[in-house]
Design a protein around this ligand. Structure first.
Ligand SMILES: CC(C)(COP(=O)(O)OP(=O)(O)OC[C@H]1O[C@@H](n2cnc3c(N)ncnc32)[C@H](O)[C@@H]1OP(=O)(O)O)[C@@H](O)C(=O)NCCC(=O)NCCS
Length: 184
């Protein structure tokens, strides 16, 4: 893994002309609030279940600390034409060398126009190229058609089902595993 001192290489700025991924900013609180208020996102992420400005600021600070602590990269997803953050894309390192888990969410008002697909393509291709990951994997709850649509569009391959692998506050669920791999 390409490290600088004890830290990972810094959060990149990635863009494709429509979507830009960048470091989280203190001004992105409204995006965190949209995710908190959405209902499903807080159950599968660390987004605050109940949004307050303080909880939102702490969440953004935790995203900044991920790279410095060697955990991975958490980026704000923005639509270039509008400038503001509408979602999140993360790569978090697994214990296995060269393997990272991919996560993503998009605020409801920005869904259905390809933002997640663009963000996942940008971050995955960067991860396989710059830090030199061997494998990027995603765990998806069966039936999450929007999420599997994103992964299929981005060239991820379905590998199998992990029974009762996911843990939510009040239940467990199976996970479908998808991956993309770099050049061997
Ligand atoms: C999953 C999520 C990130 C998708 O964001 P998005 O920006 O709307 O996704 P995109 O517009 O890039 O593409 C979604 C794909 O799923 C399809 N899709 C969207 N909603 C769908 C639905 N309810 N049922 C079936 N297909 C759906 C789209 O048509 C598109 O497919 P295509 O590539 O064949 O055209 C968003 O719905 C979300 O944040 N969900 C909650 C959090 C979550 O589930 N995260 C993933 C955890 S693994």
């Amino acid at each position: 893994m390409n490290r600088q001192g004890g830290s990972l290489i810094p959060e990149p700025v990635l863009e494709d002309g429509t979507v830009r991924l960048r470091r989280w900013a203190a001004t992105d609180l409204s995006c965190v609030k949209a995710a908190s208020d959405e209902g499903v996102i807080p159950g599968g992420t660390t987004v605050p279940v109940v949004f307050t400005e303080e909880a939102g600021r702490e969440w953004i600070e935790r995203q900044h600390s991920r790279t410095g602590r060697g955990q991975g990269w958490s980026l704000a997803v923005t639509e270039i034409s509008r400038g503001q953050a509408v979602g999140c894309a993360v790569l978090l390192l697994r214990p296995q060398e060269g393997v990272a888990g991919l996560g993503y969410w998009i605020a409801p008002e920005a869904r259905g126009r390809g933002v997640a697909s663009r963000a996942v393509a940008l971050l995955t291709e960067w991860g396989l190229r710059e830090p030199g990951l061997a494998r990027v994997e995603a765990w998806v709850e069966p039936g999450n058609a929007a999420s599997t649509g994103v992964l299929s569009r981005c060239g991820f391959e379905y590998e199998g089902r992990l029974r009762l692998f996911l843990s939510f506050p009040t239940r467990r669920a199976d996970a479908w595993v998808f991956s993309r791999i770099g050049a061997a």
